[in-house]
Design a protein around this ligand. Structure first.
Ligand code: SAM
Length: 307
């Protein structure tokens, strides 16, 4: 059986995140438990490891893998729901937070999830099978304007309008349910040499919309400031530029939150820095890791430290 998911930059994350081996940590994206296992092996049994995933199947798999550790508290839900997860663990403040964004290799490989642009898959794309909205709903109910918006904003696809119009035209004939129907639509709107990239962009856009990925990330970053102890750290691994931009801008804003006009010689807004970046600001995987795990190629790691 293929590995559930190979964790990316585990050593780099461990080196930067574990500032207190008896501390409280929150892993917001437990997935297959790869990072969790790596970190738990370095933590003392007195440390508390709060493990969140919105996908119940991932939680069940990881709980089995991690059953030798008695200091893990599992929580099914969004990583922005830190309040409820910390409550469950009876923890007030955190030494570290890890967010390894996006979907796991296992989710992509599971045909029933419909994340991949392989023909014949039902376009579900929910990370949590209990969530109400699927990609089929989006494709068959959103207006041309709404579809154009998500393809452009979340996929950065330059043929967004054309693809949105074609989706609406086609669904008048028959409901769009399967990946090959969508791939066929994209194929009609995009010149051949851009096709694979456009498939990836449109599938990414739908996934982000279905799972509200960007708004949940923004909420989680804000919440992290409330729950991190001074000196505590947040490490975020992202795999595309939209997410990385959100993380980078968040750290930048929290490092320098002053909103005073530049002509005022001293700060009157009173906003104080709440986070500082650790250096280097951007960490990427080494050549050897990328060779072993191609998924690591697009990974960007940023770490902020609570002031
Ligand atoms: C890239 S995988 C994490 C892999 C994990 N670090 C490992 O080593 O196995 C991302 C996981 O996070 C979950 N996830 C993504 N967004 C989430 C969110 N907003 N809240 C909770 N879980 C989320 C997905 O269901 C998936 O299992």
């Amino acid at each position: 059986m293929a590995a559930y998911h190979v964790p990316v930059m585990a050593q780099e994350i461990s080196d930067r995140l574990l500032t207190n081996t008896s501390g409280n940590y929150l892993d917001g994206t437990l997935g297959g438990g790869g990072h969790a296992e790596f970190l738990l092996e370095k933590l003392n049994p007195s440390a508390c490891y709060i493990a969140i995933d919105r996908d119940g199947e991932a939680l069940a798999f990881a709980a089995q893998r991690l059953k030798r550790f008695s200091n893990v508290v599992y929580y099914q839900g969004l990583f922005s729901e830190m309040d409820a997860a910390l409550n469950k663990a009876r923890v007030e403040k955190l030494d570290g937070i890890l967010l390894d964004l996006g979907v796991s290799s296992h989710q992509i490989d599971s045909d029933g999830r419909g994340f991949a642009f392989r023909p014949g898959l039902v376009l579900d794309m929910r990370m949590n099978a209990e969530d109400p909205l699927t990609a089929v709903d989006v494709l068959n109910t959103y207006t041309i304007e709404e579809l154009t918006y998500i393809f452009r904003q979340y996929g950065e696809e330059r043929f967004s309008g054309r693809i949105a119009r074609e989706v609406v035209k086609r669904r008048r004939e028959t409901e769009i349910i399967k990946s090959n129907q969508l791939m066929d639509i994209i194929q009609r709107c995009v010149p051949g040499k851009f096709l694979t990239k456009s498939y990836a962009r449109i599938f990414q856009a739908l996934r982000i919309e279905v799972n509200r990925e960007l708004s949940v990330l923004k909420d989680a970053l804000e919440n992290s400031l409330h729950y991190l102890k001074p000196g505590g750290r947040i490490a975020v691994l992202s795999y595309h530029s939209l997410e990385d931009r959100i993380v980078k801008n968040f750290i930048r804003r929290q490092e320098n939150p002053c909103t005073c006009p530049p002509e005022i010689p001293y700060c009157v807004c009173g906003k104080k820095p709440r986070l500082k970046k650790t250096k280097p600001a951007l960490i990427t995987a080494g050549a050897e890791e990328i060779k072993q795990n191609p998924r690591a190629r697009s990974a960007k790691l940023r770490v902020g430290e609570k002031i």
